[in-house]
Design a protein around this ligand. Structure first.
Ligand SMILES: Nc1ncnc2c1ncn2[C@@H]1O[C@H](COP(=O)(O)OP(=O)(O)O)[C@@H](O)[C@H]1O
Ligand SMILES: [Mg+2]
Length: 280
């Protein structure tokens, strides 16, 4: 993303938004993560990539406190998830929003009620205020207000994604998790959804952690890319640094035919030299 809004972090003494140290994940004999480290600063857009089974989903679930690592620590906003009280965890959860790939909306609730849910749970706003806020969120994601009455089953895939994004952003989170945000969208809808995320990120300045297989999405949005391979974060940095790393996964993912097309379409002239360097 070209000019992400940066809120003061390290310089101002604020901890990183996400700090993962010495994380191990083991399921019986299978070691998924081995001494994994990752740090995300405020305002950054970080993409997690890696082969199937490399542990992306598990890592995201650990950041959301839905799974506990075998060993190591996950701190969000400087607060360790492990050992925190239910009350603290509840407070942390209000500071992030999640766009899940599957089950993005509750099918039994209308568009309006899906977006209103988190507001109602706070028990501090009256229905009139909630109504105004929900309508503003629909405007924000480019969905006409009359769709508020509809049920998720009556919406196109692109609309579901936008409404799910409105729901994720309803409490004005500082941190947003996106799980395969453009999966299942055709190229046009995917591109316009990426542009929406980009615009909202630069307006609102939240931090983004995203899992994606889609190279166009990754190239358009990421400030940094973390490659999960060999049970750890193999390389972490801006895309032009990551593509220089000599590793079979990186080679196939970024420099395969599909990869070359997406990278050469990127507006940033830096990708030219990076690609030449990586191919040499
Ligand atoms: N609850 C679990 N029990 C046993 N194995 C698991 C469990 N969750 C994930 N795994 C295994 O851990 C590995 C990483 O899974 P996952 O995080 O879903 O990878 P990715 O999202 O990168 O494809 C896979 O081999 C998967 O089968
Ligand atoms: Mg996964």
């Amino acid at each position: 993303m070209s000019e992400p809004v940066r809120t003061p972090d390290v310089a101002a003494g604020t901890p990183p938004v996400i700090q993962i140290k010495g994380l191990w994940t083991q399921f019986d004999d299978l070691v998924v993560h081995r001494d994994l480290h990752l740090e995300v600063s405020a305002g950054e857009v970080v993409s997690l990539v890696g082969g199937s089974g490399s542990g992306k989903t598990t890592l995201m679930r650990q950041m959301l406190g839905l799974e506990t690592p075998t060993r190591g620590s996950v701190r969000i906003f400087g607060i360790p998830l492990k050992g925190s009280s239910a009350r603290t965890l509840k407070k942390i959860r209000r500071r992030w929003g999640v766009l899940f790939q599957h089950g993005a909306l509750y099918s039994a609730l209308s568009v309006f009620d899906n977006i209103a849910l988190a507001l109602r749970e706070l028990r501090v706003f009256d229905e009139g205020f909630i109504r105004d806020l929900v309508m503003l969120k629909l405007d924000m994601v480019g969905i006409e207000r009359h769709h508020a009455r509809k049920m998720p089953a009556d919406l196109s895939g692109g609309m579901v994604k936008r409404i799910a994004l409105a729901r994720a952003l309803v409490l004005e989170p500082e941190l947003v998790f996106l799980d395969e945000p453009t999966a299942g969208l055709d190229p046009d809808r995917s591109e316009s959804f990426v542009r929406l995320i980009e615009a909202l990120h630069s307006q609102l300045g939240f931090t983004v952690v995203m899992v994606t297989h889609d190279l166009d999405t990754l190239v358009s949005l990421s400030d940094k890319v973390a490659v999960l391979a060999e049970q750890r974060v193999l390389v972490y940095g801006p895309l032009e640094t990551v593509v220089r790393k000599d590793h079979p996964f990186i080679h196939n993912f970024f420099l395969g035919n599909r990869g070359l097309r997406a990278l050469s379409a990127a507006p940033d002239p830096l990708f030219g030299p990076a690609l030449t360097g990586a191919r040499r």
